[in-house]
Design a protein around this ligand. Structure first.
Ligand code: 6PG
Length: 244
């Protein structure tokens, strides 16, 4: 039984980012009140940059108890952290440039290990250790932020990828042919075990894939994100909805 699904349509990326920042604040406050911490899996790509920048500024900078927030990356490109393609760098130069998270709360993907399989295996071990998981158990992230590509991919789960069928591993290494990019990504069981999953989708180029994903076209990886117990929330802009 999937959880509730909510769709919020914003005027533009700026309004979308503001709505997502306010929602993220509420998630952090609720999770910290309930469990003493908020464990977040971040999205990469360009859409969340404004959100991450907002969270590092007033009022969010002051209103979130960053010492109780843990950041993971839902997917990562297997490039050095200084690389402009790095999803870690995206967060480091926005949110982490001002938000006072203890370094032990920043759980970046260990890309320095080099081999993508080794990177994925190491990150999976870290996730299991952090959540204290026994074999077969899944981590319950308080908030998973996701984007969606024009082809309907999300995290680094691409259409027709074998990774979409992975049911045992938490983290897998993938090669994105179209992008010629080695990556690691959380698998669908992880995404679908989260308490809250939030998509941020903006721009007219996403219109077709958004319409299909919202209609439940399971050929699109984004449509396969259906939290079993948690809430699913879409923050989209008018351009992605095909509205003038
Ligand atoms: C990544 C992301 C990926 C992203 C989509 C949308 O590492 O690239 O995790 O899933 O969310 O490709 O990217 P944009 O936000 O740049 O459109």
């Amino acid at each position: 039984m999937s959880g509730a699904v909510t769709l919020r349509v914003a005027r533009d990326l700026e309004e979308l980012s503001g709505l997502a920042a306010a929602f993220s604040l509420r998630c952090c406050q609720a999770s910290i009140t309930a469990r003493g911490r908020c464990v977040v899996a971040l999205s990469g790509g360009s859409t969340p940059r404004m959100l991450y920048t907002l969270l590092g500024r007033s009022p969010f900078l002051q209103e979130i108890d960053w010492a109780r927030v843990h950041l993971f990356w839902g997917d990562e490109r297997c490039v050095p952290v200084q690389d402009s393609q790095s999803n870690y760098r995206l967060v480091a130069e926005t949110l982490l440039a001002s938000a006072p998270l203890p370094k032990e709360n920043i759980h970046r993907v260990p890309v320095e290990l080099g081999d993508p399989q080794a990177v994925a295996a190491s990150y999976e071990t870290h996730v299991r250790d952090f959540f204290g998981l026994r074999e077969g158990e899944l981590p319950a992230f308080d908030l998973v932020l996701l984007g969606m590509g024009a082809d309907g991919h999300t995290a680094s789960l691409f259409p027709e990828s074998p990774a979409l069928e992975e049911q045992r591993s938490l983290v897998v290494a993938v090669y994105a042919e179209a992008l010629q990019s080695h990556r690691t990504t959380f698998t669908l069981p992880v995404l679908n075990h989260a308490r809250r999953v939030t998509f941020l989708v903006a721009g007219a180029d996403k219109r077709d894939s958004l319409q299909r994903a919202l209609a439940g076209d399971l050929t699109l990886p984004a449509a396969r994100v259906a939290p079993t117990q948690g809430q699913l929330r879409w923050f989209v802009d008018r351009a992605a909805m095909g509205r003038a």
